[in-house]
Design a protein around this ligand. Structure first.
Ligand code: FCB
Length: 462
């Protein structure tokens, strides 16, 4: 099998988010976020884990940048904690928070690593949640204020800004399923939240354009490429509903369409919108669909849908001994889904450029007696997904870069520290870091700008 070479200048990176790695949850004037509150509430996160310390990146960032250099990362995608900048969500600015991200960005630039900051990766200021959080339209304007403060400070140094990470999860997991902060279970509240998240994106794009005219601005989302479990009309209906409320509901308005009519009708039929789209105001669609420089896609798995079930039938319960073909999250491994997602999204919405902003696998392989982490299943996962990405490039998708989730092991939301996605092993008790075999493998990919020649042996396939 010949080497698969990626286009020149392809951006090879890795990703993290603030709450998942930083720790220092109340240090140097930081305000409380909904994730601080949620994780501190007994019963919300597995094993009572919290992000209070996490990987302590807030204090260890110089060491982390040194590790990025060892892997040869060209780019680092991270998120900014809103509560470090504006502890109450709006109003008073916390200079120590601005200083932290300035030092981080300067450190990255000095190491030759391009920073890709994301403004929101789920850690909403609790003070705003107390006023209704994303279900309150005012939160969108507070977000624009925050975007203004941080982008004025970092304006000349950031070339690539992302507004949001996965508004789908922020709204549906947080306000409808209640398994993420703020833990609300109500469809109408979730749909209002989704609308205001989309609106806040549009407002922030305008702010970023004004403050950083030379920068690229994008949006990161996690559509789940889906299909019916069979050819039956009932399974098609289940698929259409899932694809509608999970995927099209978010991407259609971002790309200048209205909320999909079939999904609006179904939400009304199910009683989710008692007064229709009453949160939609004149001009909102124009605000939401600001032209973008790139779309970031996060891909982990496909969705298979069956009639009478709203969940994905191609998952198994999370386990440290997953059956073959699944990761420890219980997610099916399906690299073709990445190809399908890239091609379908490109053909449907015509984004100018696409990044894979997250892709990776949870496997908890631990260091052996020599301190080596032989995470062959992660290597196989990455290898096969990069093959799919490469096929998409050959098919004409304007794919600009790829970010592994995650740079290092971290706090996996409701699953706490039970799941490890990192290229780097983190010993949470001591904070010690170790490059896993996958990090060394990825270094080779980056160095050669290609997927290695040798096919992954069948026995190592995940
Ligand atoms: C994505 C999130 C990221 C991480 C991965 C596993 O949905 O953006 O923070 O939790 O899943």
């Amino acid at each position: 099998m010949s080497k698969r070479i990626f286009p020149q200048g392809f951006v090879w990176g890795a990703a993290t988010s603030a709450y998942q790695i930083e720790g220092a949850w109340n240090a140097d004037g930081k305000g409380e976020s909904i994730w601080d509150r949620f994780a501190h509430t007994p019963g919300k996160v597995l094993n009572g884990d919290t992000g209070d310390v996490a990987a302590d990146h807030y204090h260890r960032w110089p060491e982390d940048i040194a590790l990025m250099r060892q892997i040869g990362l060209k780019a680092y995608r991270f998120s900014i904690a809103w509560t470090r900048i504006l502890p109450q969500g709006r109003g008073r600015v916390n200079p120590a928070g601005l200083d932290f991200y300035e030092r981080l960005v300067d450190g990255l630039l000095a190491a030759g690593i391009t920073p890709y900051p994301t403004l929101f990766h789920w850690d909403l200021p609790q003070a705003l949640e107390d006023e209704g959080g994303w279900s309150n339209r005012e939160t969108a304007y507070a977000f624009a204020e925050y975007a203004d403060v941080i982008s004025r400070r970092l304006d000349d140094r950031i070339r690539d800004w992302t507004t949001h990470n996965e508004v789908t999860c922020a709204s549906l997991l947080g306000y409808q399923l209640g398994i993420h902060a703020p833990g609300i279970c109500d469809w109408y509240t979730a749909l209002r939240a989704a609308h205001h998240l989309l609106l806040s994106h549009g407002l922030a794009v305008q702010v970023l354009r004004a403050n950083c005219p030379a920068a690229d601005v994008g949006f990161v989302i996690d559509p789940i490429p889906s299909e019916p479990a069979s050819d039956s009309p009932e399974d098609y209906t289940a698929y259409r509903w899932f694809d509608g409320h999970h995927n099209r509901w978010f991407l259609d308005p971002i790309y200048g369409r209205e909320y999909p009519a079939d999904v609006v009708s179904e939400h009304i039929r199910r009683g989710h919108l008692p007064n229709g789209l009453d949160f939609l105001q004149p001009g909102d669609y124009d605000l939401i669909s600001q032209p973008l420089d790139y779309l970031g896609l996060n891909y982990y798995r496909r969705g298979v849908l069956r009639a009478e079930r709203d969940d994905l039938v191609n998952s198994v319960p999370p386990s440290h001994n997953p059956p073959p073909g699944y990761t420890e999250m219980g997610w099916e491994i399906y690299p073709d889904g990445l190809f399908n997602l890239l091609v379908h999204t490109w053909l449907t919405y015509r984004p100018r450029q696409i990044y894979i902003t997250e892709n990776g696998a949870s496997f908890s392989d631990a260091p052996d007696e020599n301190g080596r982490v032989r995470d062959e299943r992660r290597i196989a996962y990455l290898h096969r997904h990069l093959q799919a990405a490469h096929r998409a490039v050959q098919a004409g998708v304007p794919l600009k870069g790829y970010f592994v989730w995650s740079f290092m092991d971290n706090f996996e939301w409701a699953m706490g520290y039970s799941q490890r996605f990192g290229l780097i092993w983190v010993d949470y008790a001591s904070g010690r870091r170790l490059l896993k075999d996958s990090a060394l493998w990825y270094r080779q990919v980056i160095e050669t700008n290609a997927i290695p020649d040798a096919e992954v042996e069948q026995s190592k396939e995940c």
